[in-house]
Design a protein around this ligand. Structure first.
Ligand SMILES: Cc1cc2nc3c(=O)[nH]c(=O)nc-3n(C[C@H](O)[C@H](O)[C@H](O)COP(=O)(O)OP(=O)(O)OC[C@H]3O[C@@H](n4cnc5c(N)ncnc54)[C@H](O)[C@@H]3O)c2cc1C
Length: 339
């Protein structure tokens, strides 16, 4: 059986971030080729993309967002920092170039007797990193209750030829119940999506209606489940990162920055463990602290998510009007970005 220092499962935002910090003998596994499995609107903060030297992936930038609520009420929200949409393929492939990891396209079924089982073979490693997204394939093969399916949001979107210059969010039951719709322009195209903070059998129909309200037709669709609660960051020698660890901000469903930040931290910790500078126990302790230190803010956002879904429109408009005032918007968004 082949052995590596570290094996990472999942080569998206979290997995590539972990790999970018490692100098060891690393295997990176994903069932899809790197940069081909986009599930996201890929919106994030410009200066964050620049900080990881991936600005070539930026397609369009924005300095304000627009929130649409019921009965065509529109609120313009100034952003604290410029936002952008990125090209997933360019982002992932450039990110992969920042690592020395070996990539193999294999489907992982889990861990058994200390080894990773894939559709092709078995592998062993000193450290495993689970970056497989909401299903947390490694962690859930060890602990069957690791994924709580009652605590998942779900979102889908389509990318269509449509130009706009505004980042738009929609909180309107006529578009999507218990959730949010969005239109993220990305150069020549726009990403139109709907997400629900819970099960929603009508999600695809809601997306079709939303797209047709622009006089457009669906151009395929992609999406995913999204955990809206923090999970255990480590189990034995498994580090869990990104969506697998529930590291997605509730309400906004922003998961790219949290996945990359935790991934980079995890990579640095794992490297120190391999070099014998810290023990596995100490590394697990530090990584768990890093992931859970902002739990109270995740809880606040989860409360806001629940409240927003059940608030009457007048209340939503009132709160949004208040939050749209320039100094308040900048202050609140700075706080949010620091989580
Ligand atoms: C429709 C939608 C829109 C979104 N828009 C935004 C946005 O605009 N901004 C933002 O910040 N966040 C957004 N999010 C959230 C964001 O996409 C996720 O938080 C982010 O992708 C998490 O990254 P990750 O690397 O942890 O997991 P993922 O991106 O889910 O990657 C998991 C990887 O693991 C691989 N994998 C899974 N299982 C296996 C297996 N068994 N064997 C091998 N490989 C496996 C997958 O192929 C995939 O490459 C959105 C989510 C959705 C669903």
């Amino acid at each position: 059986m082949e052995e590596f220092d570290i094996i990472i499962v999942g080569a998206s935002f979290a997995g590539l971030a972990v790999a970018s910090e490692l100098k060891s003998n690393v295997l990176l596994l994903d069932r899809k080729d790197i940069g081909t499995n986009v599930t996201s609107a890929c919106g994030t903060i410009v200066k964050f993309v620049e900080s990881i030297r991936l600005e070539k992936s930026i397609l369009q930038t924005f300095d304000a967002a627009t929130l649409h609520t019921a009965k065509n009420k529109i609120h313009h929200i100034p952003l604290a920092d410029e936002f952008c949409t990125i090209d997933y393929s360019i982002f992932c492939n450039q990110f992969f170039k920042q690592s020395d990891a070996e990539f193999r396209k294999e489907n992982v079924s889990g861990l058994k007797e200390g080894a990773i089982i894939t559709d092709k073979r078995k592998y062993k490693a000193k450290i495993y990193v689970d970056c497989s997204g909401w299903s947390a394939i490694l962690a859930s093969s060890i602990d069957k209750r690791f994924v709580d399916k009652k605590k998942l949001s779900v979102a889908i979107e389509t990318e269509i030829p449509y130009k706009d210059n505004k980042l738009r969010f929609f909180v309107d039951e006529k578009i999507i119940e218990n959730g949010m719709g969005w239109l993220f322009p990305a150069g020549e195209n726009s990403r139109l999506g709907v997400g629900s903070y819970g099960k929603n059998p009508r999600l695809m129909q809601s997306l079709k209606n939303f797209v047709s309200s622009y006089g457009l037709k669906l151009n395929g669709a992609h999406g995913n489940y999204i955990p809206h609660y923090l999970r255990k960051p480590t189990i034995d020698n498994i580090f869990v990162v990104g969506d697998a660890a529930g590291n997605v901000l509730p309400l906004t469903v922003e998961g790219i920055r949290p996945a990359i930040r935790a991934g980079k931290y995890c990579g640095r910790i794992a490297q120190q463990i391999i070099e014998g500078k810290i023990s596995l126990e100490e590394g697990s302790r530090r990584y768990s602290y890093f992931c859970l230190k902002n739990k109270k803010y995740y809880d606040y956002l989860l409360k806001a998510q629940r409240r927003m879904s059940h608030s009457p429109n007048w209340k939503l408009n009132f709160v949004t009007k208040f939050l749209s005032m320039k100094p308040i918007a900048k202050w609140a968004l700075k706080k949010y970005e620091a989580i």
